[in-house]
Design a protein around this ligand. Structure first.
Ligand SMILES: Cc1cc2nc3c(=O)[nH]c(=O)nc-3n(C[C@H](O)[C@H](O)[C@H](O)COP(=O)(O)OP(=O)(O)OC[C@H]3O[C@@H](n4cnc5c(N)ncnc54)[C@H](O)[C@@H]3O)c2cc1C
Length: 379
């Protein structure tokens, strides 16, 4: 909390920390074990207004700056990354509408997203188009006042439970990424189906789905903003959401660090707490310093996003790259400190280590983060 500079932010974090302690920690292991979407926690987050953190007040939300989404996700992820994806996913799905949508679209969708009445997903990735999202095969063809959409999206967070999908599709393949457009598609529409609910290594309580669109018809008014601007909305959205993944990684790393400190104070070997061995004490010191360094970077990136700074793409990519690598190292070392017990599912260390891995993969892999960073450096 010492890295925050306003009383309001500290109060917000304090309130979240109490909720996480009471409601999220007791559920975290069970959510992972049963691989279930925590509807009970979704309701709690909804009642606390956490699903409207990315939606401005005039569209029914309570957006006070991007940093607040980061803070909420960080606190929840300290106990359960799967649950933190409820807040993160809602912001991710909504952001293209905020960035590119018309006033009518923001007024139409803002309140239902902010209240949590509707879960919204972000549908960019396809089986043949991951890092290279411009290679997408999904097509949207205009017929009169409607678009007809055909294609498959994969690995979509909250896709299997979503009410709305922000979908990216080619409206003019001859133009490459300039031929990509974005749409809001309701999951109840005819021709939409969830083809697969993925089984994963971690974040098992976060539903990840393959979504199929077969002759799905959407009215032209559900085209987000302008035709051909979808790729720009998609990339600008990722600039805003990468610090959130950084925050998720920091929260997770901090959660694992706190458990490791507790364990190192309690576990006695050779007649003294293992934390008293310099080898363990220095591991903890490295972990703490790395978490704080990553967190400073994440907060700074979130502030840059709020200010719409020209450095926002660079710093967002840096924050996600650094924080996710820190989360992987810190959770691995936390497990190491807990020794054999850390490897057992009875303790949260192995879950945290499994969950950390995804932060290096989604929202653009860390190789793609380096591509963005080096492009910014060399341009
Ligand atoms: C659990 C989960 C949830 C997800 N949620 C969503 C979601 O909500 N919405 C959504 O649209 N997508 C989502 N994704 C997709 C995610 O963003 C992609 O998996 C990611 O962008 C990588 O794409 P890929 O898996 O196809 O890997 P690929 O692009 O096939 O990459 C394979 C490997 O090659 C490397 N690579 C690729 N290109 C380059 C290059 N130019 N230089 C160097 N290395 C390169 C990659 O870093 C990676 O190591 C999710 C993924 C997962 C696993």
């Amino acid at each position: 909390m010492y890295l925050l500079n306003s009383k309001e932010q500290k109060m917000f974090v304090g309130q979240l920390r109490r909720m996480v302690e009471d409601k999220v920690w007791p559920r975290a292991a069970e959510i992972d074990e049963k691989e279930e979407f925590p509807w009970d926690l979704k309701k709690i987050f909804q009642d606390m207004g956490l699903l409207g953190l990315a939606v401005p007040e005039e569209y029914g939300g309570n957006r006070q700056g991007h940093l607040y989404t980061c803070l909420a996700v960080e606190e929840i992820a300290a106990a359960c990354v799967s649950s933190s994806l409820i807040v993160q996913g809602q912001a991710l799905g909504w952001e293209p509408i905020l960035i590119g949508g018309t006033e009518e679209q923001k007024k139409k969708y803002g309140p239902m997203v902010a209240s949590g009445e509707k879960i919204i997903s972000y549908g960019l990735t396809e089986p043949g188009a991951g890092s290279d999202s411009g290679a997408m095969a999904t097509r949207a063809v205009k017929k009169g006042d409607r678009y007809v959409i055909n294609g498959t999206k994969c690995f979509i967070t909250n896709g299997p439970v979503a009410d709305l999908i922000t979908l990216f599709a080619m409206t003019d393949a001859s133009k490459g990424v300039k031929g990509i457009s974005a749409f809001v598609v309701p999951a109840e529409v005819s021709g939409f189906s969830v083809a697969k609910w993925e089984k994963k290594m971690g974040i098992k309580g976060s539903p990840t789905g393959e979504l199929v669109f077969e002759d799905v018809e959407v009215p032209a008014e559900d085209l987000i903003g302008e035709e051909g601007k979808g790729f720009v909305y998609a990339m600008k959205t990722l600039d805003t959401s990468r610090p959130v993944i950084g925050a998720q990684a920091c929260g997770l790393a901090r959660g694992a660090l706190e458990l490791a400190i507790k364990y190192a104070k309690e576990r006695v070997q050779f007649g003294r707490p293992i934390g008293n061995f310099q080898g363990i004490g220095w591991m903890l010191a490295d972990m703490a310093a790395e978490v704080d360094a990553a967190r400073s970077l994440v907060y700074q990136a979130a502030r840059m996003v709020d200010e719409n700074s020209p450095e926002k793409s660079y710093l967002s990519a840096c924050s996600k790259l650094i924080a996710s690598d820190v989360a992987m190292r810190v959770t691995t070392n936390a497990l190491q400190i807990a020794g054999g017990y850390g490897y057992m599912r009875e303790y949260p260390f192995e879950r945290m280590m499994r969950d950390a891995k995804i932060t290096q993969v989604y929202e653009g892999t860390n190789q793609i983060m380096k591509l963005i960073i080096s492009r910014e450096l060399l341009k």
